[in-house]
Design a protein around this ligand. Sequence first.
Ligand code: A3P
Length: 406
Amino acid sequence: MAPVVGVTANLHKKLRSGFLLCLVSVMVFYIEAGTRRYSNAPAFNLERVKRNPGQEKSEERESIGRLRRKHFDGEYDSRVRERNQLYAEYLQMVARLENNSTKSKRLPNVIGVGAEKCGSGALRWMLLKHPMMLSSKPAEMHYFGRWKSKRTIEDYLMHMPMAAPYELIFEKTPSYFTLDAAASSIRETIPNAKILLVLCDPVNRTFSDYVQEKIIKKIVIEESFENLTRHLMDMFSVVLKKRGHDPDATLDYIQKMFRRYRPSHILTTGLYFYHFQKWLKVFGLSNIHVVDGEELISNPGLVMEKVQDFLQIPRLVIQEDFVKGSNGFYCYDGPKIRKNNSETTLVQLKKPECLKHSSKGRTRMGNWHYKPSEDAVNELRRFYEPQNEKLFALLGREFNWTKHAH
Ligand code: A3P
């Protein structure tokens, strides 16, 4: 039975100090784990995967496209061995801490804010492979969006998991990125929140969003992808020419347009520069980590390592934990914690786990039943390119998104 949470008028104050305490413990832990990394770590307790070579071969045949590393003691490479030691230390530390720490419901520490169709679902799925990460239920709360006026903070809190002080709670609602008041509202409610934002090639995003909207029929789109984007690009090219130098006015227009004509977001969500300005003003760059959604597809382990560094949690999920699945996306093939009565062991998965969700992986691998025309794709590339450049300048970082053919 879920415990009743009494929320007093002092809730904010208490939560703030609770969060501070939690952050300090996480940092202390990380520093301690980091400094002890190379010392005489206790024997690694990963349950050995015992297979004979023949069995190994037939399993390899069964799992198509699986480039699994051989996780036998002698053959671990140094990175995997180092991570396994760290994991063993983590488990020992948790066993010690668990006796003294009580779990409670808290507001999230980490918020995934979008952008829609850039892979925030995949990022969440990978993040939850980390033993310190917990998630709200449901994953997408929409509290700082359409629920804000209808729900209380107590409602929001009730959807959070019971968490120990050293654990981090994650909530993600991809539409936050483009909503007027989400950034300031999150900052006001959770001042120390860390923001995770996935941005991907806006042309890929546009098509993915169009397909999603058509399928779930949230909005009725009569036009073809080519006609719709042509029509929207015509309109916004004029707007950007006239107001582009004034980001606030442009963002204002984008949001007004969205209220009048909802399909416009299929194009305007990809105008990252204008939306990002707002998040930057409210949170500052040090509290926002931008993930390249294309890299999340091509090298999820590397993305995960950077995310763990940003969140100041030990790197327990690493590149070596991912193998390519039959659908072209990477699957998780790392260790998993198994609790058996009082014993906690780290075990290797029997087979890789892939993200299985009907709304993930529809278009990116070219597996949708039609592709947008080359002309439309090129037009979109031309439209977004100068906007991408503005974003890169703001971030001080470039993404390797496809450029239009000259
Ligand atoms: P498509 O379904 O158009 O291919 P979101 O979670 O924000 O809705 O984003 C969905 C997109 O995540 C998918 O778009 C897909 O390209 C991308 N993605 C990234 N990593 C993935 C993975 N491991 N499995 C499935 N989809 C993934």
